[in-house]
Design a protein around this ligand. Structure first.
Ligand SMILES: NC(=O)c1ccc[n+]([C@@H]2O[C@H](COP(=O)([O-])OP(=O)(O)OC[C@H]3O[C@@H](n4cnc5c(N)ncnc54)[C@H](O)[C@@H]3O)[C@@H](O)[C@H]2O)c1
Length: 256
């Protein structure tokens, strides 16, 4: 929660991957706080549904179809958001995914490249297109969604994904430190399993999901809201000395 009441009122967040899961939950929670939301996603139906949910809750959001692997799309996403709301205060890079589970020796070039295009380049484009605008405004906060996988390495199923999320954690650290004296804070969140479409989209088997669950002391996976509330706190004025780090949200698990 913010230190100042109404801290988010009239402020704007741009969210990639806003059409589902953590991105959508963050849109709805920021709307609850009175913020406006610029939603980007490759999935038009999902993006429009997020706008509908924000509007139904009395908030204001726009959706811009955006493929984060394409720089021009990301540039357009930020540009339209700025034109509509004048200023963007926060950026959440949530678009990402594991795409497919694969043993290390079976990861082919296409899977490797797409993992890095989506998770690393998408985040890189988001930050590079947003930062000049935030610097002009005298500051801003960027949150990147990484993954607990980066700490575990993804043996057997997801080295491509874990490596890409490792790059997200490192890129966050570098950007945070490069711009720390210019009003920019940049953080990443490394969740363990979260109950979203992600698991099905990455072809996670029942056995793999059960193994992940067994390794979590709380014996459940996270809700998307539980990640979104952390995004809200990180963007708030109650979190002003925090930058560069990744925060693990894991129910106590995931350290093996
Ligand atoms: N769900 C989990 O267990 C989990 C765990 C750790 C990290 N994460 C990370 O959290 C982030 C959000 O995932 P989620 O769990 O909300 O999954 P999700 O599948 O519900 O949402 C991901 C969204 O990204 C969008 N997307 C995919 N490719 C895109 C592209 N090229 N351009 C724009 N949008 C694109 C999808 O359409 C979808 O709406 C991802 O970066 C994911 O890697 C998820």
């Amino acid at each position: 929660m913010a230190r100042t009441p109404d801290y988010f009122k009239g402020k704007t967040i741009a969210i990639t991957g806003a059409g589902s899961g953590i991105g959508r939950a963050t849109a709805v929670i920021f709307a609850r706080e009175g913020a406006r939301i610029v939603c980007g996603d490759i999935n038009v139906t999902g993006g429009e549904e997020t706008v509908r949910r924000v509007s139904a809750a009395g908030g204001e959001a726009i959706f811009i179809p955006t493929d984060v692997t394409k720089r021009d799309d990301v540039r357009r996403f930020i540009h339209i958001g700025r034109e509509r709301f004048g200023r963007i205060d926060f950026l959440l890079n949530s678009a990402g995914g594991a795409l497919k589970r694969s043993a290390f020796l079976e990861i082919d070039d296409a899977l490797w490249d797409l993992s890095f295009d989506l998770n690393v380049k998408g985040t890189f484009y988001g930050m590079q297109e947003m930062l000049p605008h935030m610097l002009d405004n005298g500051g801003g906060t960027i949150i990147n969604i990484a993954s607990m996988a980066h700490k575990r390495g993804g043996p057997g199923t997801s080295v491509h994904y874990a490596s890409a999320k490792g790059a997200v954690v490192t890129m966050t650290l570098g950007v945070a430190r490069e711009f720390a004296d210019r009003g920019i804070r940049c953080l990443s969140i490394s969740p363990a399993s979260v109950d979203t479409a992600f698991q099905a989209a990455s072809g996670t088997s029942k056995e793999q999901a059960q193994r992940a669950l067994n390794s979590i002391p709380m014996k459940r996976i996270a809700e998307a809201d539980e990640i979104a509330e952390l995004v809200l706190f990180m963007c708030s004025d109650a979190c002003q000395f925090m930058t560069a780090d990744t925060v693990y949200v894991s129910g106590g698990g995931g350290y093996r």
